[in-house]
Design a protein around this ligand. Sequence first.
Ligand code: G6P
Ligand code: MG
Length: 222
Amino acid sequence: MKTSAVIFDLDGVLTDTAEFHFIAWKAIANKLGVDFDIDDNEKLKGVDRENSLMYIIKKGGIAMEANQFNHLLAEKNEHYLTLINDINPSHLFDGVLTCFTTLKKANIKIGLASASKNAALVINKLGIESSFDFIGDAAAVAHSKPAPDIFLSVAEGLKVKPENCVGVEDAVAGISAIKSANMFAVGIGDAKVLTQAELVFPSMSEFDFGTVLAALLLMSST
Ligand code: G6P
Ligand code: MG
């Protein structure tokens, strides 16, 4: 395998928006009388807006008209937009800029594959737009994570074969998407949770591209 690109998820990998999604979904769930805890949130990481609300109403055994469903989607997003209003470059996780510099020096392309329709806004607030060779559009793909669509669309945008891409994700659904796209999966978080990942770093500050390359080499030799 010749690694030519690294494709990053956004929420929970480059910055802590995962926490804001949690707060906004918990408010909607509680309003509907549905309990919503960290375990629920873990399942919703990487899952798009519509399917996240579906999960909550299914958990509560609630029947809902399309109108109310759409209204709640808008309400959640408004709350989320308020929560991310003050995001700025200081909210980038430690290690992200160093990682980007390492990749650029090694001539590795950098892509973004987020399920969030707010991704472009967040990237802009973080001041890292120019670091990316291609930014995927969650609104333009047919199936959201755990389907591989967004990762495949970014590989196509980068003009790199999926098998030559490394995907980086903090969510179970995201790691599944990377695996279905036939890419090497790097998890950021808890290895006991991200069991499908080939390699897991506890945080971005521990992301080490040399270790990724060594793992890839080992894989191709076995
Ligand atoms: C990311 C987050 C999810 C979120 C999804 C959609 O994948 O991990 O928690 O639901 O994006 O985000 P959006 O900003 O479009 O509502
Ligand atoms: Mg994520």
